[in-house]
Design a binder for this molecule. Structure first.
Ligand SMILES: [Zn+2]
Length: 448
């Protein structure tokens, strides 16, 4: 059985505890997976749905080089546009494109990550609408992970309530698809041939069913077992794991925010560590199985694809055990990527960039003559003019105008540096365009 652990929003060394390991893994993550490995010896790997806000790209580059999966979570997270759950479902096409494709472009321009390795996306607040999905499809993403699964009142292990496997949107959503968009649980998604969905199956509290859809919303799966002791947190994950492990073995998704790791017990005024310790206990328990794999969504999809189309279809909405389906050997699939480019700098040897705070302009519509500077970190040797944002994805807008604050300017060190940088970027964009075709073919082949 496969287990996925993912993290949403900005990525930095200092979100929970200060610092990163020498290979650029935030310490709070390293503590979770240290010494744990899959049956073939490959280390546990996480997935990061990243936004432009609060992301350190030197860390992202290092995480990627070490085999973690980097995915998209939009540029702005809706932070400047009012409530995310009304902004995202109502985006027009050009805005959606800037948010969805834009964040991937920013990652590509601020790191050495290959386009073909950014396959997935999650919409902030799970507020995915049709324009959002259209952009995923148009820009050759492989999977979305924003749709929830409806849990009916009643017996948690009944056929109608089992967690569902990832599925494609070839025929739109399923009868159990729950969309947190606006209106809540609105129309089912349209059909997108070959676009996969990694659904958010509800995580049920130990021994209890949710009772109603309101108490079992997929959003709640993203902040599970809050306020509980480490033993209870571990037991909660274990209960949900066993539910799938003893039935249809749908991959268990643990979809978190780093703030969850600091969850405080009820009534406490200081950050807690029980969720964090509980998750560690649970991951330790998984390492004892010889048929349990902690992998990324892309690895889950590769495994499903490798089963062949008939088996994938059988597994997708299977409500019983997968008897009779011949599964591929995970040892051949779950090997860490060895062909990725190395990180170009250590996570503490970044170049600090600064640019005008364009997003303030967008929010207020006012002309701010000297916008404050925004700082970010990258392994790039050179910085663009501005903080990359939805109206200036490369951040290389003109060095004049209301959003350009000369005091935020990052100088080219020498003209030779500037030439080299331009060549690098031009070359990389050519390669990325070529890879788009490859990614498209991968997705088409994945469709059952
Ligand atoms: Zn988010």
């Amino acid at each position: 059985m496969m287990v996925m652990v993912t993290w949403d929003d900005g990525v930095q060394c200092s979100q929970v505890s200060d610092g990163c390991t020498q290979d650029g893994t935030p310490l709070y993550l390293q503590e979770l997976i240290e010494g744990l490995s899959n049956p073939n010896g490959s280390p546990y790997r996480f997935t990061f749905f990243t936004t432009q806000t609060a992301t350190a790209y030197d860390v992202v580059e290092n995480l990627y080089a070490n085999g973690h999966e980097i995915a998209g979570h939009t540029v702005t997270h809706g932070n400047d546009q009012g409530a995310a759950n009304t902004y995202f479902p109502n985006m027009n096409a050009s805005n959606a494109e800037a948010e969805v494709a834009g964040q991937r472009d920013i990652i590509l321009s601020q790191t050495n990550i290959r386009m073909r390795d950014i396959k997935g996306y999650r919409c902030p607040d799970l507020a995915a609408g049709e324009e959002y999905r259209k952009q995923l499809y148009k820009h050759n993403f492989t999977y979305d992970s924003s749709l929830g699964t409806i849990f009916h009142a009643g017996e948690p292990n009944s056929t109608e309530n089992l967690p569902v496997w990832p599925y494609t949107l070839d025929w739109g959503g399923s009868s159990r698809t729950y969309s947190a968009g606006s209106p809540a649980n609105g129309p089912l998604p349209m059909a997108y041939n070959g676009l996969w969905e990694i659904p958010l199956n509800p995580l049920l509290a130990d021994g209890h069913d949710c009772g109603t859809i309101d108490t079992c919303r997929p959003e709640l799966a993203m902040y599970p077992f809050a306020g509980m002791s480490q033993t209870e947190v571990a037991a909660g994950f274990q209960w949900n794991f066993q539910r799938a492990y003893t039935t249809n073995r749908a991959p268990l998704g643990i979809f978190l925010h780093t703030a969850w790791l600091k969850d405080a017990p009820a009534g406490s005024t200081t950050p807690g560590d029980q969720t964090r310790k509980g998750l560690r206990l649970f991951l330790e328990s998984l390492a004892k199985y010889d048929d349990v794999w902690v992998v990324t969504p892309t690895q889950v999809l590769q495994w499903m694809q490798a089963q062949g189309k008939a088996a994938a279809a059988a597994a997708t909405f299977s409500s019983s055990t997968n008897a009779g389906v011949s599964f591929p050997d995970p040892n051949t699939l779950f090997v860490p990527p060895t062909d990725r480019p190395k990180a170009r700098c250590a996570a503490n040897a970044y170049r600090p960039c600064q640019g005008g705070q364009r997003h303030l302009l967008l929010k207020t519509g006012e002309q701010i003559m000297s916008p404050s500077c925004v700082y970010w970190k990258t392994c790039n040797r050179l910085c663009p003019n501005n903080f990359p944002w939805i109206d200036d994805i490369r951040g290389d807008g003109p060095r004049v105008g209301p959003s350009y604050n000369p005091t935020c300017k990052n100088q080219y060190l020498t003209s030779a540096d500037a030439d080299t940088d331009a060549d690098e970027r031009h070359y990389r964009m050519q390669v990325q365009e070529w890879l788009t075709t490859e990614q498209d073919e991968w997705r088409d082949a994945a469709s059952p």
